[in-house]
Design a protein around this ligand. Structure first.
Ligand code: BLA
Length: 234
């Protein structure tokens, strides 16, 4: 379902000089016992980023997922990039979340980094349905301009493809701009805030139950703490 987006994302990563990095043994791919679902991940080192991870989950009609997080170098204080796309085929239900995930919520920081996403959020109103968050706190590591929709095939087919491309482009633009400006948050604090993002996300991520049901608790615990949110393991 999301393979064209996966392709677009990884092509852009490679065009930006991304180098594939090894994933802890056993976590790069897994297939459920009944062979009805397969999860596969990629890890990249991209100039300007200390870590960029990508995961694809294919559980056929029941669920398709594309998930990705980009962590900038500690010398850059701009937001992380977060993508979470889910398609529940049987119910024809789309959950799409695309955000520049802010490290802090103060006005200066938001004024500095969010022009691009504000513009997208105005251009794609049907992906901006003011959904309520059930497990995350919208005021921590999410922005008010995130594209967040619980919708159906219409949004998946009409708005999502152009929104996805524009979102990636806007994030590269943000990154390029931030790379030439100076950060207002020190590298030590950026590190702490990025690590706290992992701890916070590992605690709240609604995916853990889903992973457990497909791949068992031991593997899912390892995947969560060693791959998705490694700073949560310490
Ligand atoms: C929601 N994400 C969800 C849900 C699931 C996943 C099952 C609940 C669906 C629903 O609310 O209807 C699934 N999340 C996954 C999977 C992975 C994962 C399979 O990490 C890993 C492969 N989530 C992120 C990132 C963002 C994000 C990077 O991992 C930021 C863009 C957002 N996901 C996000 C939000 C929700 C969500 C905001 C709604 C949760 C809520 O209501 O609080």
């Amino acid at each position: 379902m999301f393979d064209p987006f996966l392709e677009e994302l990884q092509t852009a990563i490679k065009a930006r000089g991304g180098i594939s990095v090894e994933i802890p043994a056993g976590l790069e791919r897994n297939q459920s016992q009944k062979r009805t679902s397969t999860i596969q991940s990629w890890l990249w080192k991209v100039p300007g980023f200390r870590r960029w991870r990508v995961t694809r989950l294919d559980a056929g009609e029941s669920l398709q997922v594309l998930n990705s997080v980009a962590y900038p170098d500690y010398s850059l204080d701009h937001p992380l990039m977060g993508i979470d796309l889910l398609w529940f085929g049987a119910r024809q239900k789309l959950v799409a979340v695309l955000d520049f995930q802010p490290l802090v919520q103060d006005k200066d920081y938001l004024d500095r980094h969010f022009d691009g996403l504000k513009d997208l959020s105005a251009r794609f109103p049907d992906l901006n349905s003011e959904e309520t968050m059930r497990s995350f706190d919208p005021n921590q590591y999410f922005s008010s301009w995130l594209l967040f929709c619980r919708g159906g095939s219409e949004q998946a087919e009409t708005s999502l493809p152009p929104a996805f491309s524009s979102f990636l482009k806007a994030y590269w633009d943000l990154h390029d701009e931030a790379s030439t400006a100076s950060s207002s948050i020190s590298p030590e604090d950026v590190q702490k805030l990025q690590e706290n993002y992992d701890v916070y996300s590992a605690d709240r991520d609604p995916a853990h139950g889903l992973f457990t049901s497909h791949f068992g608790k031991d593997w899912s615990d390892r995947f969560l703490h060693e791959f998705l949110f490694p700073a949560s393991a310490r």
